[in-house]
Design a protein around this ligand. Structure first.
Ligand SMILES: Cc1cc2nc3c(=O)[nH]c(=O)nc-3n(C[C@H](O)[C@H](O)[C@H](O)COP(=O)(O)OP(=O)(O)OC[C@H]3O[C@@H](n4cnc5c(N)ncnc54)[C@H](O)[C@@H]3O)c2cc1C
Length: 381
C-alpha cells in the first residue's frame, strides 16, 4: 500500500523516477568505477527545479514540501548513491542552512543561484579532531578584523567542496568555548586562502567528491555570517535534523535498488533444478527485505510529513535515519548473499550499493549519535 501521497507528490515522484531511469541509473556503474563526478545528470537537474526542490519560490526554488524532497533522495538513491548524496549535501545541508538562517542579502547572493542549480553548495562542520563532538572539537576560528571575518583552520570530509560555489563553515567565534561559541559563515570557494585538497579515496560513493579544506587568513565581509553569532551549533543541529530525513530516504532508495536486483536475480539463477526464487530460504530473505523497506519508507515519509506540519520532528527524524540506514545495510548484505559469488563481483550493482550505503550509518550523525538523540527525547518525555 502506498503512503497517502498527494497528487502533486505523485507527479513529482513520477517525474523524478523517469529522470533517474533515463539520466542517472545508466551512469551509476561508470560513476563508481571511474570515480567520476556525475556532472551531466546534475546539470540537467537545475532546469527541472530539483536542485532547489524545497526552497521557497521567493528564492528561486520550486517550493515543494519535505515529503517530495524525501522522494527526490529516495529515487536518486535508487539510481545512484553518489548522485543522491551530492544533491542531498547541496540541498539539505548547504541550501537549508542559508534558507533557514541566512539574511536576505545572503539568500540573494548565494541561495538563488544554488536553488536554480547554477552552482552547488557544501556545509563544512567536521575537522580532523571534531566529528560527533562539534561543540568541544571545532578549532577553525573566525576573528573580526575591521569589517571582515578572518578565518583560519582545517576541515575534513566536506562533500561537494571542489564542485561548490559556496561553502557554509562552522567556526569558533568565541575562543572561550561553550555552546554559544560557534557560528556559521558563508565563504565563496574562490576566496583567496581557501585550499580544497584532492578528493578523498573512499570505500564507496566514488562519484561524490569529499575533501579536506584548509583556510589560511580567508577574509569575508562581516555580513557573510549565517544567522546569529554564537548560534552556529544550534543552527547546525537544526539543519542536521532535516538532513537525517534526507539520508534516511537515500538509504530507502539504495535498499529498494538492491531488493529489485535480488528479485530479478532470484528468478533468473537456477540451482538444483529450478530458479533459486523457488527456495524457501531465498523467499524468506526477499520477504524480510520487502517488509523492512516498506516500514522504513513509511518512517521516512512520516518524519517528512511531521516536518511539513511544522511540528517538532527531531526524534522522528532520528528514528527514520537510524532504522532506514541500518535496514539498508541488512538488505544490501542479503542482496549480496542472494547473488552468491556474483554478488561480490563489480559486474553486479549490489556490491556498489552495499558500499554506498555504508556511509549513511556514519554521516549526518552516526547511528550511535542518533541513538543518543532518541534516548534524550525518551528520557526527557
Ligand atoms: C563520505 C563522507 C562524507 C561526509 N560529508 C560531510 C560533509 O559534507 N560535511 C561535514 O561537515 N562532514 C561530513 N562528513 C563527516 C561525518 O559527518 C563524520 O564522519 C561523522 O559525523 C562522524 O564523525 P567522526 O568521523 O569524527 O567520528 P567520531 O565522532 O570520532 O566518532 C567515532 C566513533 O565514536 C562514536 N561516538 C562518538 N561520540 C559518541 C558518543 N557520545 N556516544 C557514543 N558513541 C560515540 C561514533 O558513533 C563513532 O562510532 C562526511 C564523512 C564521510 C565519510
Amino acid at each position: 500500500m502506498d503512503f497517502n501521497l498527494t497528487e502533486e507528490q505523485k507527479l513529482i515522484r513520477q517525474m523524478i523516477r523517469d529522470f533517474v531511469e533515463k539520466e542517472v541509473k545508466p551512469r551509476a556503474a561508470e560513476v563508481d568505477r571511474e570515480h567520476k563526478f556525475p556532472r551531466e545528470s546534475i546539470e540537467k537537474m537545475g532546469p527541472l527545479g530539483l536542485l532547489g526542490l524545497n526552497i521557497p519560490e521567493e528564492w528561486d526554488g520550486a517550493g515543494a514540501d519535505m515529503v517530495s524532497t524525501a522522494i527526490l533522495y529516495e529515487e536518486l538513491g535508487r539510481g545512484c548513491g553518489s548522485t543522491a548524496l551530492t544533491v542531498e549535501a547541496h540541498l539539505s545541508l548547504a541550501c537549508a542552512s542559508l534558507n533557514l538562517f541566512g539574511s536576505d542579502m545572503l539568500k540573494d547572493r548565494f541561495l538563488r543561484p544554488l536553488a536554480r542549480g547554477e552552482m552547488l553548495g557544501a556545509l563544512s562542520l567536521t575537522e580532523p579532531g571534531a566529528g560527533s563532538d562539534l561543540k568541544g572539537g571545532v578549532r577553525t576560528k573566525a576573528e573580526k578584523v575591521g569589517n571582515e571575518w578572518v578565518i583560519n583552520g582545517s576541515k575534513m570530509w566536506t562533500t561537494n567542496a571542489s564542485v561548490a560555489g559556496v561553502i557554509v563553515f562552522l567556526v569558533r567565534t568565541d575562543p572561550g568555548g561553550g555552546s554559544h561559541s560557534l557560528s556559521q559563515i558563508a565563504v565563496p570557494t574562490d576566496a583567496p586562502g581557501l585550499h580544497i585538497h584532492p578528493a578523498e579515496r573512499k570505500m564507496g560513493l566514488h562519484g561524490c567528491k569529499t575533501h579536506a579544506v584548509t583556510l589560511e587568513d580567508v577574509r569575508v565581509p562581516l555580513d557573510y555570517l549565517v544567522g546569529e553569532e554564537g548560534r552556529g551549533l544550534q543552527q547546525t543541529l537544526t539543519v542536521l535534523d532535516g538532513g537525517r530525513i534526507g539520508i534516511a530516504a537515500l538509504s530507502v532508495g539504495l535498499a529498494q535498488a538492491a531488493f529489485e536486483e535480488s528479485v530479478k536475480y532470484a528468478k533468473e539463477r537456477h540451482a538444483f533444478g529450478g530458479p533459486i526464487a523457488d527456495l524457501q530460504a531465498i523467499q524468506f530473505k526477499l520477504a524480510d527485505m520487502s517488509a523492512m523497506i516498506d516500514i522504513a519508507r513509511w518512517a521516512v515519509y512520516r518524519a517528512a510529513w511531521i516536518k511539513d506540519q511544522g511540528r517538532p520532528y527531531s526524534q522522528v527524524a532520528a528514528h527514520a535515519k537510524l532504522f532506514a540506514t541500518e535496514m539498508a545495510d541488512k538488505v544490501c548484505y542479503e542482496a549480496i548473499q542472494i547473488h552468491g559469488g556474483y554478488g561480490y563481483s563489480a559486474e553486479f550493482p549490489v556490491e556498489r550499493i552495499y558500499r554506498d550505503n555504508r556511509l549513511m550509518l556514519i554521516g549526518e550523525g552516526t547511528s550511535e549519535i542518533n541513538r543518543l538523540v532518541i534516548a534524550r527525547h525518551v528520557l526527557r518525555d
